[in-house]
Design a protein around this ligand. Sequence first.
Ligand code: BES
Ligand code: MN
Ligand code: ZN
Length: 499
Amino acid sequence: MDISVKNQELTGILSNVLVIGIFEDDKTLSSGAKRVDEALLGLISEQIIKKEGFKAKFGDSVVVPTNLKIPSDKIMLAGLGKKKEFDTSKLCELMSKLIKQLDKTLGAKNISCELIGHQGANFDAQKCAEAMSIGILAGMYDFDKYKTKKNIPQIKKIRIATENTKDEKAAKAGVNTAKILCSAMDFTKDLINEPAQNATPEEIAQIAKNMSEDLGLTFKVYNKKQLQQMNFNAFLAVGQGSGREPKFIHLTYKPASKKPKKKIVLIGKGITFDSGGLDIKPANSMLTMKTDMSGCATVLGVIQAIAALKPDVEVLALSALCENMPSGMSYKQGDVLVAKNGKTIEVDNTDAEGRLTLADVLTYADELDADEVIDIATLTGACIVALGQNITGIMGNNPEMIKRIIKTGAQSGETLWELPIFDDMQEMLKSDIADMRNTGSRFAGASVAGRFLQNFTKSKNWAHLDIAGTAFIDKPYKELNKGATGVMVRTLTNYIMSM
Ligand code: BES
Ligand code: MN
Ligand code: ZN
């Protein structure tokens, strides 16, 4: 399926379906759509809007034949809802809905479309084309690798038509960005959706290596023996109950310039399966635990997009990959671990494993002298209780940095909400025999996990994103289908691009 942009009259495009947007409160057509209406002798304005009373509520649509008065076979009128409620995030959501209808219900092969909202709502042509394309591509995402009957899309071509060459150029840039972001998101989603039997630490390391070679990134991987020498003891303890060897991966994107503007470290939680360990999870909670490496998949997606967009920022992606399994070799309740930074941790609960793996990686990141450190993890059920499946939790030690990330999220169509970390939350982590334990009580779970992580970073610019609720959803949300979402790939990529 290909999306392209061309400066072209809507009345002159050959397609199966031509898509035109109409607002609920102001049914004025764009200048190009007006000419279509004229060619169709008032079919849109007189027949559909006036006579049949099409309300143009958000997401509603009607499809009518053109009787060959223009080269397109049919037109689809898409309701955009109220103008003041319509933004690029709504546009993205709309396109995701429409594209499924165009593909599955109408079986269209060749679609054309105006730059929806550009004239009516004054959207910038580039942002408008980007939002439309992200909606289309995200809407068409489907993980059918293991279905013997594949879902092959009917749609082959989508053409976005502009009315002048300035818009054409801008829209092309928008489509290009969308393609880069969505191919990174698809990569992230595929990796998350992949069963844990295949997405093992070793396999993910291999995928990251292949990707690095393709994109010209530097790649390093460390095995168990090397990690022992590097004192990744908290991480190794988590992985020791599994028959699969843990791996730590380190990817680097270096810009062409000698002195990049910034250096950013991204850390992704990489538990390829979280059974809970000896504190084994109940069956229902374990069902989706192949997704506990979503943080890793996210940072790999981001660095892939960054390699294509080439900002003047050095970007590092780190992930400690292992399985959390119960066995005769598992780490146990009451064990004391000496983390990489020398602090001791009493294991209170083997299911609070993510923070143990992240602790050592945060310490490793300290030695890299980065401007900012961001970790992203499916860390706590408590974050899901607090914020649900559609809002990512964010916390850290620099309020200004957190604000910037939240703002970038809003501009990227992704919602983040800050949760607090208070110094005195360390009380909840008190241990009788070690510097701290790895869990508190059942209160303020997401924040206490954040407080735990803070013990292992020296960075003054550290943010922690909890995607436990948002990485994998059981109901479709906005432009996202159910299953893995690729959440935060857009936000983090755009955040780095804005530096
Ligand atoms: N991977 C889980 C968190 C999680 C839960 C992610 C649901 C996605 C969906 C994490 O390792 C975990 O088990 N956290 C525990 C911590 C507790 C033992 C303090 C939790 O949230 O129950
Ligand atoms: Mn766990
Ligand atoms: Zn986990």
